[in-house]
Design a protein around this ligand. Structure first.
Ligand code: ADP
Ligand code: MG
Length: 273
C-alpha cells in the first residue's frame, strides 16, 4: 500500500476564484522520499499544506488525500489535529516560525510529545536528548532551555529533525527546509535529513529548489509548474532521461550555476568551457 496517495487534488482561492493547483495526483511508497521541485509560486507549499490541512480558509480543495489508505479529507478538524504531529510532521523553511517565541524550545517538545504519547517530562527530556545528540546538537539539556531567538536557523531545523526522530511520523513533509540557511548549515542539515530518512523509515516529501540536494535524497520526483505536475517519475530516470522541456530547463539552470561557480573558482580547463 502507498503511504500517501493524492488523487485529483485541486486547490483554488475562493476569494479571487483563482485556481492554484490543477488536478494533481501523486503517490509515495513506504520509506521513500518524493521531491517536489518547481519555480516559486508553482504550488508546492499549498500542496504540502493541503496534506496537513493547514491552508488558510480561503483556499478550498477537492480530490482525495489518503494516508495509509485513510482518507484525510473525511476527518473532522479534531481528528486531523491528532494526525498532525503523530502521523504527519511538517518542517518548514523558517525554523523560527515553528516555535513559540515566548517559550523555551523544550516546552514545545514537551507539549507535542505529551499530547501524542502521554510521556512524562523526564521521559521526554531523555528521549529528546538522545535524538538531539543524534543530529549533532551538543549539550541538549542546555539547548532545550533556550528561546528560539537564541538559536541559529540550522540548530532550529536540527531540533525539528530530532523531534521527528522521536515522533516517528508516517510522513515527514519538509518544505524548503534548508533554503533560509547559510551554506555550511545547509550542508549539515541536509546530512541530517538523509540520515533521518534512512534511520526512521519514514516516508518523506522534500520540497527544494536545490537539485543537488534533491539528487541526494529523493527516490522519486514530481516537477510542478503553474499549479500543474509537468513531469514525475523515479529520480534516477528524471535526472538522466529528462522528458519535459521545463525539467530540462531546471536541470540545465542548475548545471549552468555549477559550472559558473567552478569557472569562477578557476576549476575548469579551457576545453571544458
Ligand atoms: N493563502 C493564500 N491565499 C491565496 N493564494 C495563495 C495563498 N498562498 C499561496 N497562494 C498562491 O498559490 C500559488 C502557489 O503558491 P505556493 O504554493 O506558495 O508556491 P511555491 O511553494 O511553489 O513557491 C501562488 O500563486 C500563490 O500566490
Ligand atoms: Mg513554497
Amino acid at each position: 500500500m502507498n503511504t500517501l496517495e493524492v488523487s485529483n487534488l485541486r486547490l483554488w482561492d475562493a476569494l479571487t476564484d483563482t485556481i492554484l493547483v490543477k488536478d494533481s495526483s501523486f503517490q509515495i511508497k513506504p520509506e521513500r522520499c518524493l521531491a517536489i521541485v518547481g519555480e516559486s509560486g508553482s504550488g508546492k507549499s499549498v500542496t504540502c499544506r493541503a496534506i496537513m490541512r493547514l491552508n488558510r480558509s480561503n483556499i478550498r480543495q477537492s480530490g482525495s488525500i489518503k494516508l495509509n489508505g485513510m482518507n484525510l479529507t473525511g476527518l473532522s478538524d479534531q481528528e486531523m489535529r491528532k494526525q498532525r504531529g503523530r502521523q504527519l510532521c511538517l518542517i518548514m523553511q523558517n525554523g523560527m516560525r515553528a516555535f513559540d517565541p515566548s517559550s523555551v524550545v523544550g516546552n514545545h517538545f514537551k507539549e507535542t510529545l505529551k499530547q501524542h504519547y502521554g510521556w512524562s517530562k523526564t521521559e521526554i527530556i531523555a528521549k529528546m536528548a538522545v535524538a538531539m545528540e543524534n543530529v549533532m546538537l551538543k549539550d541538549p539539556v542546555t539547548l532545550m532551555n533556550k528561546y528560539p531567538h537564541q538559536l541559529s536557523g540550522g540548530m532550529l531545523q536540527r531540533m525539528m529533525i530530532a523531534l521527528a526522530i522521536v515522533l516517528k511520523p508516517t510522513l515527514i513533509i519538509a518544505d524548503e527546509p534548508t533554503s533560509a540557511l547559510d551554506t555550511l548549515s545547509r550542508y549539515e542539515v541536509m546530512e541530517q535529513f538523509i540520515s533521518l530518512k534512512s534511520e526512521t523509515g519514514c516516508s518523506m516529501i522534500f520540497v527544494s529548489h536545490d537539485l543537488g540536494a534533491v539528487k541526494r535524497i529523493a527516490d522519486d520526483i514530481v516537477v510542478m509548474r503553474d499549479g500543474e505536475i509537468v513531469e514525475s517519475g523515479a529520480a534516477a530516470e528524471i535526472f538522466t532521461n529528462t522528458k519535459h522541456a521545463y525539467t530540462k530547463y531546471l536541470i540545465e539552470a542548475k548545471q549552468a550555476l555549477n559550472s559558473h561557480f567552478i569557472r569562477s573558482m578557476g576549476g575548469l580547463k579551457l576545453v571544458d568551457r
